[in-house]
Design a protein around this ligand. Structure first.
Ligand SMILES: Nc1ncnc2c1ncn2[C@@H]1O[C@H](COP(=O)(O)OP(=O)(O)OP(=O)(O)O)[C@@H](O)[C@H]1O
Length: 550
């Protein structure tokens, strides 16, 4: 978003996640409203949840703590307090995790809040809750924020949680200068409490809102778009506000979608690395290629295979760019250089001079692994310097880096992107490999309810629609040689052609490959009569006083 704003020549617009924006504002106003420094943010809930359980005498193991932490998160982003938790569970027919009954979880939520308060810490959800409550209850702060921010655009609005909506409402303060963009077919964060409800009811909330249906797909070839449309058509849903749009491809035809079956995970990773190598030879820029998978644990095989093939890669959502030691060191040096910059030296040249002192070189090192990653990170800084508009200075670059660091907006590293399907949301590449398209991985075995399977389907839809030109789907028949797996074709008793053909490139998907959208394709349909999450909206109760445990 920030890159696109810059390309449009737009300056001064703040583009941030809800969380980053809230964190900044909370940090700014806290000393004035509450006094002192804002509380430390808990990076992980688990220790506090474990302590809360211990206090209540509730037996937990590591997995239970993880599940209970997610449940507390769900309650908080859904604006469900400990007192309301049991009622909310009944209202949304919620299955409680790890076999704990709603009463126990409600007590656990209360105990968890106590533990945090005693330790003087807050969690990620508290950042939004506290800021929202501060804006709601402190008119001077609300006026100041609302004067500064007059127009709002929310992207990916189908995945906004009730908590984010609460904060957005506070930012708006009843104004209507709001534009939201979303696609209900790309709702992929329901499990965390996000909901397309706000998108689907937008016209009711804002009568007279101008609604534009974006059906023209400028991103992908007709081959990719056809597959995406067929996947959605397989839901059988045609009408109503959440009914999928049928996209109309605008680009000329491209290569057929390819489907490949491999013997095991290792062969799949090696096969994809080889395909990537061939694409690079054919002139596809390496940064225009992505390998997408369902779970982060799958990345390792691809990292190994790409490293073996000598192809650079970056893992999205891996070590955060701005937290890498070499990046932090480089920024310190660039900041120093910015103070005494020679006005006659072009900025990109000055950046190179600085980075050479910390080990950057114009050519990538022969070594792989950590050495190469270090070079890639510094090269990304060089590329960013080159990309800034002509005449930009070192102080401009440092300001850009500061802005990006606070928004966790890493510059592009030259390499194949490895990303989970969730982390690929909103992005696009010329060539996309969707790996691990087998039962149990996609849809993931954890998806046991119809709603969960429907969400998996939307996740696959997100994956498919990331590809501009080339899309290749694959699966491995087994994890290791021996054990068997079926290609992803839930509900089909026969699996699909992938299981009988070792390598298949097929323009017509149905015969070979993930059997998305073929006639008779029968992923279970979402349950009817789902309760709208908005129905359990409960006003957050958060006290702003330091040490207050409410
Ligand atoms: N009117 C247009 N003409 C030509 N290209 C366009 C047009 N609109 C968008 N595009 C291109 O189509 C691609 C997809 O656009 P964009 O990323 O805005 O879509 P999106 O709706 O946000 O997609 P998603 O939510 O699926 O990520 C981009 O490469 C963009 O540059």
């Amino acid at each position: 978003m920030r890159t696109r704003l810059r390309q449009l020549g737009v300056q001064g617009v703040q583009a941030r996640t809800f969380h980053a924006a809230a964190l900044r504002q909370l940090g700014y106003f806290w000393p004035r409203v509450v006094g002192g420094a804002p509380p430390r943010i808990l990076e992980y809930k688990a220790p506090a949840v474990g302590e809360a359980a211990r206090r209540l005498g509730v037996a937990v193991d590591r997995v239970a703590v993880r599940d209970l932490s997610s449940e507390i998160e769900w309650a908080k982003v859904s604006l469900v307090t400990a007192e309301d938790y049991e009622r909310a569970c009944v209202a949304v027919d919620r299955e409680t995790p790890a076999g704990y009954d709603p009463t126990t979880i409600a007590r656990l939520i209360a105990s968890y809040e106590e533990v945090k308060t005693e330790r003087g810490v807050i969690d990620f959800e508290d950042v939004l809750l506290l800021l929202g409550e501060m804006l709601r209850s402190t008119p001077a702060v609300a006026d100041e924020v609302r004067r500064q921010y007059r127009h709002f655009v929310v992207d990916e609005y189908q995945d906004v949680s009730p908590l984010q909506q609460f904060l957005l409402d506070q930012w708006l303060g009843g104004r209507k200068e709001l534009c939201v963009v979303g696609d209900p077919s790309q709702t992929i964060y329901s499990f965390t409490g996000a909901t397309p409800h706000h998108l689907l009811t937008f016209s009711k909330t804002y009568p007279g809102a101008h609604v534009l249906r974006l059906v023209r797909d400028y991103r992908s070839t007709p081959e990719v778009v056809t597959l995406a449309n067929r996947l959605l058509a397989s839901t059988g849903r045609r009408r109503g506000p959440g009914a999928p749009l049928e996209l109309i491809a605008q680009r000329p035809s491209g290569p057929p979608v390819a489907y490949t079956a491999y013997d095991d995970d290792e062969s799949e990773a090696a096969g994809i690395a080889a395909r990537v190598g061939r694409l690079v030879e054919q002139g596809v820029p390496v940064s225009e290629i992505a390998v997408l998978y369902r779970t982060n644990a799958q990345s390792e095989a691809f990292e190994q295979a790409l490293a073996d093939a000598g192809i650079g890669y970056l893992v999205r959502g891996g070590a955060r760019f701005f937290e890498r030691k070499e990046v932090r060191d480089a920024i310190v040096l660039l900041r120093g250089a910015a103070r005494s910059a020679d006005p006659d030296q072009p900025m990109p040249e000055a950046v190179r001079d600085v980075l050479i002192t910390v080990g950057w070189a114009p050519k990538p090192p022969a070594a792989r692994g950590a050495v190469r990653e270090r070079w890639d990170a510094m090269q990304a800084l060089v590329a960013l310097a080159d990309d800034l508009p002509e005449g930009a200075t070192l102080p401009d670059l440092v300001a850009e880096l500061d802005e990006r660091a606070s928004a966790q907006h890493a510059p592009t590293v030259e390499g194949v992107t490895l990303a989970s399907l969730h982390a690929a949301k909103g992005l696009e590449w010329d060539a996309v490999f969707l790996a691990g398209m087998s039962e149990g991985l996609m849809p993931i075995s954890l998806a046991e309810t119809d709603d969960a399977v429907a969400e998996e389907r939307r996740l696959l839809y997100v994956g498919i629609t990331r590809a501009r030109e080339r899309l290749e789907l694959s699966f491995a028949r087994s994890r290791h040689p021996g054990a068997g797996r079926r290609a992803s074709a839930p509900g089909s008793s026969t699996g699909c052609g992938l299981t009988t053909r070792r390598t298949a490139h097929d323009a017509h998907g149905p015969r070979a490959g993930v059997a998305v959208g073929r006639p008779g394709f029968s992923w279970r349909r979402p349950a009817h009569g789902r309760v709208r999450p908005g129905a359990v909206r409960v006003v957050a109760r958060v006290a702003l006083g330091r040490g207050s445990g409410d």
